[in-house]
Structure formats: structure tokens, C-alpha cells
Design a protein around this ligand. Structure first.
Ligand SMILES: Cc1cc2nc3c(=O)[nH]c(=O)nc-3n(C[C@H](O)[C@H](O)[C@H](O)COP(=O)(O)O)c2cc1C
Length: 326
């Protein structure tokens, strides 16, 4: 699959997720294997203000190439400027956020609120496209609500503006994250444009990948929460799409080492104080389904030093490994 002039190794993409797909997580997913990773949503005006936090969030590194940096905002000029800055900083693709449903974002008419203002959405797509030479893509939902399913219109506008790819999350804004993504509802969008269309929403198993592709006909799949605690899942999907093979998840010993590596990377990226707290949600996802996971999760919440947490991770996995052997 190609996005503009960029050939992806595989049509499997890690979804942008604020607070989750930071550099340590993207690098980990990329290390296993994935066609593309996308940054957390970057507020365009914060980018121009050169906020340290935002700049750090938007910093791509070579290990994750190709990387798409996702921008959110409502002002075409600011979005265009922010896109230029990110291109100069090494982004391979600029993605425009037209899908975020969160109140704080839509209140300022950004994210999925842009789907309600097609004129402005069009101006933003054109301005960003004109500003950069790297491919520009857009991620959106099916529409604002059931009465305004306008993803076909917006996808055509994206194609006319010269964008290289459209990602559709099969829900409306008003659904937020409730119910199940409607994969069949993505089909009309795929049929309406000739640029690649990526399907997103509720892909958690290889069977889901089949269903998404059969029902929608999309060119690629984007996976978000399905990668929680399973950074290897996208590689499993890649292998499956490549030749139908079913790749086993890593052994518990390997998982322990992956968790420890990820933990160290988060501490290095955020510093100890923030890193210890930020890591808790990932640790909570990693332990899902293992023995005494609830107890482990509760204990982790109370521990304040990396040394204590590292020891706890060792103990937890050792107990699970011994249990498996016994
Ligand atoms: C914690 C979280 C943060 C998210 N942040 C973003 C974001 O920054 N930009 C974006 O376009 N979508 C964001 N999303 C939406 C996801 O990219 C994706 O569309 C959604 O989770 C559905 O896919 P999934 O079922 O595979 O998770 C976020 C979702 C979650 C759960």
C-alpha cells in the first residue's frame, strides 16, 4: 500500500492515541513490525507557540520511520504553518485530525467538529496540502451523528484537495466510543474515492481484520486499543495479511523482557517522576489475563520508585512463569 510516494511495508497502522502512542510505545510497536505509526494528536497552535511539551510529543525519531504526525486545529493558516514545521522536523506524513470526539477539542471546533463545517474542513485540507511536500492524510469518523453521515462528501473533498489517504473510524462523533464500530458503513467511502482508505475501530483479533476487510473493502487497517498491552499484535496482523500465518504471541519470559524494556524507555523519555505515573496504565494493560493481575495493578498504583516497580514486575512474571511450568 502506498500513501503518496511512501510505500508501506504493510497496510497495518498504529492509531494515534493521545496519552498512549508516545515515542516509547511507537518505537516498541515499530520494533515488532507495523506499516506506519502515527503520533499523538498535536495541537497546531501549541506547536506554533513552541510549547516544550508539544514539541517533544511531535518529535519523530529515525527508528519509527515512516511516521505520520497528526495535527489538530481549526485555523487553516495555523494548521499549514504547523504542518510546515513538522515537515522540517522530519515528519514523513502529515495527518489531519477530523475525528476526535472529546468535548474539550470539539468545543474549539476542532477534531470531529470539523465534520460539521465542511467549508472549513475543505479550507484546512487545502491549506495543509499546499504548505508541505510530504503526503497529507485525514482521519475522520462516519459523521457527527446518524443524521449527518457525511464522510463520503469529506473523503471526496480530501481527494480533490490532493490528499493521499483517508482513515475512517466506523462510528459517529455522538457514539463516542460506545457500541461497536460499523465496518460495513465504511464501504461507501471506499467506493467513492480512488485514494487508499484505511478502516479503523474495534479490531482486536485476526477474525476482526477479516471482517473489517470483507465488510468495507478497505486498503488497510488501523489499530488502536487492540495494541494495549500487546505491542506485538500489529506484527501478528502483518504476518496474517502477508501469507495467512498465525504468529504466536511472545512467551511469558519474552513478555517480561518487553515490559521491562518499555518501562525503562518510558522513564528515560519522561523522567522518573512522570514516567512512573505514566507507565501505570501500560502495566495495567500488560498484566490483563495473567494470574493475580488485579493485585499487581493495585500494588503498582502505590509504588513510587522505579526500583520497586521493576522488582514487582519481575516477581509478577516469575510467579506466572512458574505457574505455567507447574
Ligand atoms: C486513549 C485514546 C486516545 C485517542 N487519541 C486520538 C488522537 O490523538 N487522534 C485521533 O485521531 N484519534 C484518537 N483516538 C481514537 C483512535 O485513534 C481510534 O480511532 C479509536 O480508538 C478506535 O480504534 P480502536 O477501536 O482500534 O481503538 C484515541 C483513542 C483513545 C482510546
Amino acid at each position: 500500500m502506498k500513501i503518496g510516494n511512501i510505500t508501506l511495508e504493510s497496510p497495518v497502522i498504529l492509531a494515534p492515541m493521545s496519552g498512549v502512542t508516545d515515542m516509547p510505545f511507537r518505537k516498541l510497536v515499530k520494533k515488532f513490525g507495523t506499516g506506519l505509526v502515527v503520533s499523538e494528536m498535536i495541537a497546531s497552535q501549541e506547536m506554533l507557540r513552541a510549547s516544550t511539551k508539544t514539541q517533544k510529543m511531535a518529535t519523530p525519531c529515525e527508528d519509527e520511520n515512516p511516521i505520520a504526525v497528526q495535527l489538530a486545529g481549526t485555523d487553516p493558516e495555523i494548521m499549514a504553518e504547523a504542518a510546515k514545521m513538522n515537515e522540517a522536523r522530519g515528519a514523513d506524513i502529515i495527518d489531519i485530525n477530523m475525528g476526535c470526539p472529546v468535548k474539550k477539542v470539539v468545543k474549539s471546533y476542532a477534531g470531529s467538529a470539523l465534520m460539521r463545517n465542511e467549508k472549513l474542513a475543505g479550507e484546512i485540507m487545502q491549506a495543509v496540502k499546499k504548505a508541505v511536500s510530504v503526503p497529507v492524510t485525514v482521519k475522520m469518523r462516519l459523521g457527527w451523528d446518524e443524521e449527518s453521515l457525511n464522510a463520503v462528501t469529506l473523503a471526496k473533498m480530501a481527494e480533490d484537495a490532493g490528499l493521499s489517504c483517508v482513515t475512517i473510524h466506523g462510528r459517529t462523533r455522538n457514539q463516542m466510543y460506545g457500541g461497536h464500530a460499523n465496518w460495513a458503513a465504511i464501504a461507501p467511502i471506499k467506493q467513492a474515492v480512488s485514494i487508499p482508505v484505511i478502516g479503523n475501530g474495534d479490531i482486536n483479533t485476526l477474525e476482526d481484520v477479516d471482517q473489517m476487510r470483507t465488510q468495507s473493502g478497505v486498503d488497510g487497517v488501523m489499530i488502536g486499543r487492540g495494541a494495549y498491552g500487546r505491542p506485538w499484535f500489529l506484527k501478528q496482523v502483518m504476518d496474517y495479511l502477508n501469507d495467512g500465518s498465525i504468529t504466536e504471541p511472545p512467551s511469558l519470559e519474552e513478555q517480561r523482557d518487553i515490559v521491562l524494556e518499555h518501562y525503562q524507555a518510558m522513564l528515560a523519555h519522561y523522567g522518573e517522576h512522570v514516567g512512573v505515573r505514566h507507565a501505570r496504565k501500560h502495566l495495567g494493560w500488560y498484566c490483563k489475563g495473567l494470574k493475580d493481575a488485579t493485585h499487581f495493578r493495585n500494588e503498582i498504583m502505590k509504588l513510587a520508585t522505579p526500583q520497586e516497580v521493576t522488582q514487582k514486575i519481575h516477581d509478577f512474571y516469575t510467579a506466572n512463569i512458574e505457574r505455567k511450568v507447574a
